[in-house]
Design a protein around this ligand. Structure first.
Ligand code: 2AM
Ligand code: CA
Length: 268
């Protein structure tokens, strides 16, 4: 079994600390659902609190490192080569509605390369982590992407643009393509967990557009170390947020379908 490096151990501890706070706050959500004010403000406070816990731990232990955070944005460090990329609560809408499917996501970038990732599924208490060349792990179990090679047997996860965000028509066109060639489609609401679950072999592929670097960074390290592949759509960098992930064979096939506009002639 591989052991996390000192920096990765710090990231794991920070994710667990933020998770403890989120569990407490999640317990309050049900009461808030019926209150006048509603849970929206509460969720954004929970989000900010969790981010503060992570930022304060990591900046104390690694002074000088830079940060990109969902809530607070970019914090430049004096150390220009290291940067943490943080989403304190991925799956905010689930959290807000009392659905126990959300995660803390923390990645480490060195000289522009993603080197470490922690995704903590708070309510299932599943901690996924990976470091470059050290493999991907769920606690102490090694992760491996699924070996399936046929799109028609694949379970493919995705994200649907929310009301008020662009991309609905394109999403529907892509869903039309995908539902003609894969076994089944899922939509669970946390991109960080979607990517991590591909790494764990629970989903065969995932595709989504319009994500941000903090949604995907940690998951991408875990995916890569589990033998998976992330491909940016239209030749983009997958960190930019329009991406397909899967095992090497399925990711490439799905990109081909999405970019080629549909199944080949004569096939369903
Ligand atoms: P969040 O929960 O941190 O907001 C759901 O499809 C995924 O998309 C979640 O990971 C969610 O992250 C993210 N998401 C929701 N709204 C988004 C937006 N406007 N831009 C980018 N990502 C978004
Ligand atoms: Ca997010």
């Amino acid at each position: 079994m591989s052991r996390p490096s000192p920096t990765l151990s710090l990231m794991i501890d920070a994710a667990r600390a933020a998770g403890r706070r989120l569990v407490r706050d999640f317990g309050e959500i049900e009461n808030l659902q019926v209150s006048q004010k509603g849970p929206a403000d509460f969720a954004s406070t929970a989000d900010l609190k969790a981010e503060e816990i992570i930022h304060s731990r990591l900046s104390k232990a690694r002074p000088g490192y830079g940060f990109i955070m969902e809530e607070r944005g970019l914090v430049e460090g004096t150390d220009k080569s290291h940067r943490f990329i943080i989403d304190p609560l991925d799956g905010t809408l689930n959290f807000l509605h009392g659905t126990p499917h959300f995660a803390v996501s923390i990645a480490l970038e060195r000289d522009g390369e993603l080197r470490g990732g922690v995704v903590f599924d708070v309510m299932r208490n599943e901690l996924f982590w990976a470091e470059t060349d050290q493999g991907a792990w769920l606690e102490n179990r090694r992760l491996r992407v699924a070996a399936r090679r046929k799109l028609e047997e694949a379970i493919v996860s995705t994200g649907i643009p929310q009301l008020g965000t662009p991309g609905r028509e394109r999403f529907l066109a892509e869903l039309d393509i995908v539902t003609q060639c894969v076994g089944a489609v899922r939509r669970f609401g946390s991109a960080a967990l979607d990517i991590t679950w591909v790494a764990a072999g629970r989903f065969d592929c995932f595709w989504e557009r319009g994500l941000k670097v903090w949604d995907v960074a940690a998951g991408l390290v875990i995916l890569k170390e589990a033998g998976g592949l992330a491909i940016g759509l239209n030749k983009s960098d997958p960190r930019q947020g329009d991406l397909v992930v899967g095992n090497r064979s399925l990711a490439a096939k799905l990109v081909e379908r999405l970019e080629g506009g549909g199944p080949p002639q004569g096939k369903r």
